[in-house]
Design a protein around this ligand. Structure first.
Ligand SMILES: [Zn+2]
Ligand SMILES: [Zn+2]
Length: 242
């Protein structure tokens, strides 16, 4: 069995998410301390509706403002977009999404209300077809449950990366159980995954422990983990600066 590892945190927040508490510099320092080789900064896009997320210019300017490598660490300029409706509309225009290395699409109940399984299947299938989305954000969230077997095959078809959000295991209802079920299907259909912390404070950066334990327990194929190293992640991200 190949060792299961993840060397880049693909989902992290900074103070630009307002309800997160560390700067990018603090996250970088922590990522280096944990032995990571890369870090994706993925603050919440403006649609979170708290009235306090940063405007689209924050995201659009990232590539210009932040070097590709900072202190030897590869920085991926990303965003956690909100799904706004059951058609799968996102809260940033295509012109901004094109400038990002990495786009996560997530459902948050403050933005889109949980609905029937059928409508949630439709929502995720629409996200699967969006060419600007790289990563399906915290799909283990019980509130936005979908028909795992059916929709995961769509993720495969459209080459999406499924996120295993380590931090959600303890606090999102059924997240651990759902993530395991999802990971087993990703193994079955050979769908790519990424392991992330979803850190809202620097100490959480690179904290993949829960996800790694679960993936090891199901003997998950190491080669399907896109953030196992920089080369595999860069290759898996369609719009990433190469
Ligand atoms: Zn989220
Ligand atoms: Zn997040």
């Amino acid at each position: 069995m190949k060792m299961i590892t993840a060397k880049i945190d693909t989902h992290t927040h900074t103070i630009a998410s307002i309800h997160a508490y560390s700067t990018l510099k603090e996250n970088i320092t922590e990522a280096k301390k944990k032995g990571l080789t890369g870090l994706a900064v993925t603050d919440h896009a403006p649609g979170l509706g708290l009235g306090d997320t940063f405007p689209k210019t924050y995201f659009g300017n990232m590539r210009k403002a932040i070097p590709k490598f900072v202190e030897g660490l590869r920085i991926f300029k990303g965003v956690e977009c909100n799904v706004l409706d059951y058609d799968g509309t996102l809260d940033l225009p295509t012109t901004t999404l094109q400038k990002m290395d990495l786009v996560i699409a997530s459902c948050h109940a403050q933005v889109v209300k949980p609905t029937t399984l059928e409508k949630q299947d439709q929502l995720w299938m629409n996200i699967a077809r969006n060419p600007y989305v790289d990563i399906i954000g915290h799909p283990g969230d019980e509130a936005f449950r979908f028909s795992f077997e059916k929709v995961i095959q769509e993720f495969k078809k459209y080459d999406k990366i499924v996120e295993i959000n380590s931090s959600s295991f303890p606090y999102r209802k059924n997240a651990r159980k759902n993530c395991q079920e999802i990971a087993l299907l990703c193994k079955k259909y050979r769908v790519k995954i990424t392991i992330s912390s979803d850190a809202h404070f620097y100490t959480e950066i690179g904290n993949f422990e829960e996800a790694l334990k679960m993936l090891e327990s199901i003997d998950f194929p190491a080669e399907l983990i896109v953030n196992r190293d920089l080369e595999s992640l860069t290759a898996a991200l369609t719009h990433c600066e190469k």
